[in-house]
Design a protein around this ligand. Structure first.
Ligand code: BTN
Length: 283
């Protein structure tokens, strides 16, 4: 680990491994080589922990390595969206994995991670967190977290998969751009207790480990059953904006057995959604 850490530290101008004195979470974790059995790389600031974890993956870092940043300058989400990552109030981390899954099954990891995240945050929030297909964590209809799974394939090598998670833990509404304020939230706004980010992170890592073991054991059907209990969209009216910018409006039928979302449009046609943006219409 020391070797891995040193390589990262000296090869990347944007990165700093200096722990912050002002952040108890960061102080508590500083210097830990591992967390819940995961090799841990802590960065005070970076562009994107997903980029860092992908780079570590290319260099052969062990599966399970977690890169966590106190803040990100270029945190990214699905469809090229930015992920706001201010210091001291959120969790921004990426887990490097080399799962024994077929390439066609890799998109299912995002759904599995959604279940893990909902389960890990459930004791901290009321109402319960739900998932907007495929990767948005919602509380009370507002976005509180997101998942970005990225993968790379090498010849004759298992795929490198990076599971990136961003969670607004105690980010105040004023920290978000004005246009987002009515659409985003933080865990602390729905919690009666002060949230310890170390405990939360440990819970999330444990939940991911459990669900990935189930995925690799072939129990995606069971995971989907659980996913359906967190589904924020089923039966709701929504608009699907395709990657070609076409809009399809209809009712969500929920995911099929492969995790692809089905939508019944206003003409009664059913669409199978693999990618693109899902915009829920308000009640
Ligand atoms: C989304 O909402 O579309 C997904 C957001 C994922 C954000 C996390 S923060 C840690 C990791 N690093 C990134 O650049 N993105 C993910």
């Amino acid at each position: 680990m020391a070797c891995l850490f040193t390589t990262l530290r000296y090869n990347h101008a944007m990165m700093s491994a200096t722990p912050s004195a002002a952040d108890p979470f960061w102080q508590e974790m500083a210097g830990s080589p591992a967390l819940s059995g995961h090799p841990l790389i802590m960065l005070a600031e970076t562009v994107s922990t997903n980029s860092d974890a992908l780079q570590l993956g290319r260099r052969g870092a062990p599966s399970g390595t977690v890169v966590i940043a106190r803040s990100q300058t270029g945190g990214r989400g699905r469809l090229g969206k930015a992920w706001l990552s201010p210091a001291g109030s959120g969790l921004y981390f990426s887990m490097l994995m080399r799962p024994s899954l077929a390439p066609a099954d890799l998109p299912k990891i995002t759904l599995a991670a959604g279940v893990a995240l909902c389960r890990a945050v459930c004791r901290f929030c009321h109402p319960a967190a739900m998932i907007k297909w495929p990767n948005d964590l919602l509380i009370d209809g507002k976005k509180c977290g997101g998942i970005l799974t990225e993968s790379e394939f090498g010849k004759d090598m298992p795929a490198v998969v990076v599971l990136g998670i961003g969670l607004n833990v105690s980010t105040l509404p004023a920290a978000f751009p004005e246009e987002l304020r009515g659409k985003v939230t933080s865990l602390s706004q729905h919690s009666r207790e002060t949230i310890c980010r170390t405990t939360l992170l440990k819970n999330i890592l444990a939940a991911i480990d459990t669900i990935m073991a189930r995925m690799e054991g072939g129990d995606f059907a069971g995971i989907l059953d659980q996913w359906r209990s967190f589904d924020a969209t089923k039966g709701r009216r929504l608009t699907w904006v395709t990657t070609g910018r076409q809009a399809v409006t209809g009712i969500s039928l929920g995911p099929d057995n492969e995790g692809r979302l089905h939508i019944k449009d206003d003409q009664g046609r059913t669409h199978e959604v693999l990618s693109g943006d899902i915009r829920l219409q308000s009640f």
